[in-house]
Design a protein around this ligand. Structure first.
Ligand SMILES: [Zn+2]
Ligand SMILES: [Zn+2]
Length: 357
């Protein structure tokens, strides 16, 4: 039997869905681990007792803990570039260019965005709880979670003349304008922090990215909202992993069905060939014309008018039923792409050896 041919499109579909499901499963496991760690993390209030707890903790360090406090700058705060009365400790300014690009495939204009300029400013800050106990937040920009608020957003639209519009249609690109945004972590915001809590030898409390590889979080929402967001992320990855695994399974079933059909056709041909051989063996008169090539050499010239209509070399040695045409040799019959008589196109239900008298 010939090898089983797998089409390029089938191989691509199978490979892509399996790879996608693997990636989604990995991301699901990762977000699930993060979620479990978040659920297990102990909560502490920032007060005088926190130092006492850390003093009796080995290494004066809690590997993963949740705290909540109000943001206060250590020195001078940052001032918003757009609203002078706004103060913060983190500031991110971005200028993005928006363009419409002609997509010749979908024959539509699609939006494309490009960052033209980005600037991040940060000043040291602490989270303050009751009775003025403060926890210094280290490396805030490494944290995940939403910890900045948009304090300014303005879109500068571009106005065009008639010649510009013609030029845009010719070049396939239209400049829409520039979006200017400013995000800030404002002074006084209640911030939830999840990370490594450590008491330094000089008596200061620090929150920093965990050294054990857990994810560092800072969020302006409360802890339950943060947990809910992580849960929905894990849910999304799980759903995508299942969907792509199902797609992969569908391709596999499809391939399996095709393979089974091909195998069944092969078995049927084999069964038919054995039956043909058996009939031929039972009748000695039928044996001569289907014997090997060597025995046929002499007879071939004489029986040229009796040659198979397909290969024109071997003698006709089988009867196609039900039409009864005697037109081809057995090997050519087996090689027919469809079980149809090459003369009258009637479908072949059975084939029997031709007996010479
Ligand atoms: Zn033939
Ligand atoms: Zn026929």
């Amino acid at each position: 039997m010939d090898g089983f041919p797998v089409k390029v499109s089938e191989a691509v579909c199978l490979g892509a869905s399996l790879a996608l499901s693997g990636i989604c499963y990995y991301l699901y496991k990762k977000s699930r681990t993060t979620l479990n760690k978040l659920e297990d993390a102990p909560h502490f209030t920032i007060d005088g007792k926190l130092k006492d707890i850390l003093k009796v903790t080995p290494g004066a360090c809690l590997q993963y803990a949740v705290i909540e406090g109000a943001v206060q700058p250590v020195g001078e705060p940052l001032t918003s570039s757009f609203q002078k009365e706004l103060f913060g400790v983190l500031q991110k300014f971005m200028l993005r260019e928006h363009r419409l690009v002609w997509n010749s495939l979908s024959r539509t204009w699609t939006d494309s965005e490009r960052v033209l300029h980005q600037r991040v400013n940060a000043v040291p800050f602490v989270l303050v709880g009751s009775n003025d106990t403060a926890v210094r937040v280290l490396c805030p920009l490494q944290a995940s979670g939403v910890y900045m608020e948009t304090t300014h957003e303005k879109f500068h639209q571009v106005n065009y003349g008639f010649s510009d519009i013609i030029g845009q249609y010719l070049s396939g690109e239209k400049l829409k304008g520039q979006l200017e945004t400013e995000e800030m972590l404002k002074v006084g915001t209640t911030l939830t922090g999840v990370g490594e809590l450590i008491l330094e030898t000089d008596g200061t409390l620090n929150l920093r990215p965990p050294t054990n590889g857990s994810e560092y979080f800072l969020s302006i929402t409360d802890f339950d909202t943060l947990l809910g967001e992580q849960e929905s992320t894990a849910g999304w990855w799980k759903g995508l992993a299942i969907a792509s695994a199902v797609a992969g399974a569908v391709v596999l079933v499809w391939l399996g069905r095709r393979y089974y059909n091909q195998l069944r056709a092969h078995w049927e041909r084999e069964k038919e060939r054995r039956e043909f051989e058996r009939l031929r063996a039972e009748n000695p008169r039928a044996r001569a014309p289907v014997a090997g090539h060597e025995a046929l050499q002499d007879e071939e010239e004489e029986h040229l008018e009796n040659a198979c209509v397909i290969c024109l070399t071997q003698p006709r040695n089988c009867i196609l039923l039900d039409c009864g045409h005697v037109c081809c040799c057995y090997s050519c019959y087996q090689a027919l792409p469809q079980r149809r008589c090459p003369i009258c196109r009637q479908s072949i239900s059975r084939v029997v050896p031709l007996y010479h008298v």
